[in-house]
Design a protein. Structure first.
Length: 201
C-alpha cells in the first residue's frame, strides 16, 4: 500500500536524523551561551545600587576628597558660577534681577540689625522706650515695603528694556526676598558694586 510505504519512509528518515551525529561546526545547529540563564531575582539584585553612600564604609581619603569637592562646589556657587547654582538662580534673567538689587542700598537689608537695636532699647525700664521703639519698628517696616515697591518698579522697567519682555512669574518675590537680606549673607554673593547700573550679562 502507498500509505504504508510512505509512513515507513518517514519513520526511517526521522530515526536517521535523531541518531546521526552533528558536526560541531554545523551552522544549522544553534549554539548555546555556555552558561545557565540567571534568574530574574538574581539579576535585579545585581543591578541594585545604594541611593545614599554609606559613610561608615568610606576611607579617610575618600571622606577628605568628598569634603573638598563639597567645599569647591559651595565656593563656586557663592561666586555665581552657573553650573553650580540651583535652578531658581540660573540664567541671565535671574542674574539681572540680582544685580538690580545689589546695585543699590535697600532699606530691607538694615531691618534685621535695626530690629535688634529696637528690641534692646525696648528692654529699658522707661515708658518712652517701649512706645518709641514700637513706632520706630513699624515705621521701618513700612519704609522697607515702600522701598521694595519702588525697587521692583525700576527693575521691571529696566528688565523690559534689556530683554524685550516683562519678568517671568515669581520674579517680584525673588527681588523682594533678596532686598530684605543683608548684603553679606546673599547667595550668590553680589557681583556688582553699589551705584553700578545693572546690565545683561
Amino acid at each position: 500500500m502507498v500509505f504504508g510505504r510512505r509512513s515507513k519512509e518517514l519513520t526511517e528518515a526521522h530515526t536517521e536524523a535523531v541518531t546521526s551525529p552533528v558536526a560541531p561546526g554545523d551552522p544549522s545547529r544553534p549554539v548555546g551561551k555556555g552558561r545557565p540563564t540567571p534568574r530574574r531575582r538574581d539579576s535585579e539584585a545585581a543591578n541594585r545600587r545604594p541611593l545614599v553612600v554609606d559613610r561608615k564604609s568610606m576611607t579617610a581619603d575618600q571622606k577628605a576628597k568628598q569634603r573638598a569637592e563639597r567645599a569647591k562646589a559651595r565656593e563656586a556657587m557663592l561666586r555665581g558660577e552657573e553650573r553650580y547654582l540651583p535652578a531658581r538662580d540660573r540664567g541671565p534673567e535671574r542674574r539681572f534681577l540680582r544685580d538690580s538689587v545689589d546695585s543699590r542700598w535697600n532699606v530691607g537689608e538694615i531691618l534685621l540689625p535695626a530690629m535688634i537695636g529696637v528690641l534692646a532699647i525696648s528692654l529699658l525700664p522707661f515708658a518712652w522706650s517701649r512706645m518709641g521703639t514700637f513706632a520706630v519698628a513699624y515705621g521701618l517696616m513700612l519704609f522697607g515695603v515702600v522701598d521694595c515697591w519702588l525697587l521692583w518698579r525700576r527693575t521691571k522697567k529696566r528688565y523690559a528694556q534689556e530683554f524685550g519682555q516683562d519678568p517671568g512669574k515669581g520674579s517680584a518675590w525673588y527681588v523682594v526676598l533678596r532686598a530684605f537680606q543683608m548684603r553679606g549673607s546673599r547667595i550668590p554673593r553680589p557681583a556688582v558694586g553699589r551705584g553700578d547700573a545693572p546690565v545683561r550679562r
